[in-house]
Design a protein around this ligand. Structure first.
Ligand SMILES: [Zn+2]
Length: 428
């Protein structure tokens, strides 16, 4: 691939993330791409008639998505990732007035690096439920302009902040300032704004599910454009690479190729559309519906799951936070993540298998294990492995500032991961 198309690919990734401030938007964006590439949308409630080599996708709650290309033999090649990112979400009755300002009450979703949400040009996005003549309907909304801010206290009023660090009380210090309007009730101001954006009447708005997001678009950065700075790289970068690998894998493969992107990873995955749900298992079973149940179970035994989620690169200012023998660097290639206590599903067999995949794709590979005196994060790998009983490897591209409002990763790594995923979908 030439330099030009590599740059296009990174621009495409940044555009995808900018347009996907919430899992709903990410699923909408990916659905549009899949339709564009000739995939047919299925509904869970309908009867399915799947054609050999047919390309399909379906969504659940508009925030999780599974797409697949039907193979000719029993067995699945699956790449999983998650659509959600830590952020701040509006409370049901969010608006209130204080000291002449209108503010919005927020809840913390997932493991947010809170200090990074201060002093940013924030806006709102999510879904709106509208009253209909018969049934309510849902509309996505994304305000493009900056609307909100969580201002930090001036250093003059918080004099030891640089020594003590920024301490934020979740209830008291996070509500953003939203307006100085004092003619209507605070929630009415919000509803009017939403109505204006959606071109509907405020009275039609019967439900709101809105999150805060940073309006600053993603950027290619570094002396030679070697870095990407953007929100939600964890884990939309993995979704993007798996999507590209599937839609660009034109070569026929005997296995059914699947991508599964779940919501709610950041809060434990135990929801109707999370990795702890039967969503994927149900879909895989329906793909093999022409077989007896034994055919489905044999297909599962003949399958492999790559759980893709971002990994911790070594930070030069905090390198003592890594194990000396396991220090992944940006642009050093995909990282295989292991943990003896099964916070990651990787074992020696799946690790060797992924390494050989990278080798075939001509991509370097790195390894990560957390320091023995630090707790280990987790992801959808162990949850899916337990659900499906399938051989699984946990991998991901290295990054810095994980769970910050604006994260950092290597531009080269993104291309490398797409290559490895394509290799996965192409190798017999
Ligand atoms: Zn993640």
């Amino acid at each position: 691939m030439n330099q030009r198309s590599k740059t296009d690919r990174i621009q495409n990734l940044l555009k995808f993330i900018d347009r996907s401030p919430t899992p709903f938007h990410a699923v909408q964006e990916m659905s549009d791409t899949l339709l564009d590439k000739g995939f047919v949308e299925l509904k869970e409630a309908d009867a399915w008639k799947l054609a050999p080599n047919g390309k399909y996708f379906l969504t659940r709650n508009d925030s999780s998505l599974i797409a697949f290309v039907v193979g000719s033999k029993p067995g699945f090649k699956i790449i999983g990732a998650h659509t959600d990112s830590p952020n701040l979400r509006l409370k049901p009755q969010a608006g209130y007035a204080k000291n002449g300002y209108l503010q919005l009450g927020v809840e913390i979703y997932g493991g947010v690096l809170l200090s990074t949400w201060t002093d940013r040009d924030l806006s709102l996005a999510g879904r709106v439920i509208l009253a209909g003549k018969k049934n309510p309907s849902t509309k996505l909304i994304r305000f493009e302009q900056a609307l909100l801010r969580i201002p930090q206290l001036a250093i003059h009023l918080n004099q030891d902040v640089n020594k003590r660090g920024l301490l934020l009380n979740e209830q008291i210090h996070l509500p953003p300032i939203f307006s100085m309007q004092n003619k209507s009730a605070p929630d009415e101001v919000l509803k009017k704004m939403v109505a204006r954006e959606l071109k509907c009447k405020p009275a039609d708005i019967i439900g709101l599910e809105l999150s805060l997001y940073d309006t600053q678009p993603g950027a290619v950065a570094g002396a030679e454009g070697e870095f990407i700075f953007s929100g939600r790289l964890d884990n939309l970068a993995s979704c993007h690479s798996a999507m590209h690998a599937l839609t660009e894998s034109t070569q026929k493969d005997p296995a059914t190729k699947v991508i599964a992107f779940y919501d709610h990873e950041e809060v434990g995955s135990k929801t109707a559309q999370g990795a702890g749900s039967p969503f994927l298992k149900d879909v895989l079973e329906r793909i093999t519906l022409n077989e007896k149940r034994e055919g489905f179970l044999r297909a599962l035994a003949n399958s492999f799951f790559i759980s893709a989620d971002m990994a911790h690169a070594v930070h030069p200012n905090y390198s003592d936070k890594h194990d000396d023998q396991h220090m992944p660097i940006l642009n050093g290639g995909p990282v295989i993540k292991s943990n003896a206590n099964q916070r990651y599903a990787t074992d020696a067999v799946s690790s060797v298998w992924f390494e050989s995949l990278c080798k075939k794709a001509g991509v370097p590979v790195q390894k990560f294990v957390v320091r023995s005196d630090l707790g280990c994060g987790s992801t959808i790998g162990p949850i899916t492995a337990a659900n499906l009983g399938m051989r699984t490897v946990d991998v991901g591209n290295p990054m810095l500032s994980m769970h910050s409002i604006r994260e950092m990763a290597g531009a080269k790594d993104h291309e490398s991961m797409i290559k490895v995923f394509k290799q996965f979908f192409h190798s017999a």
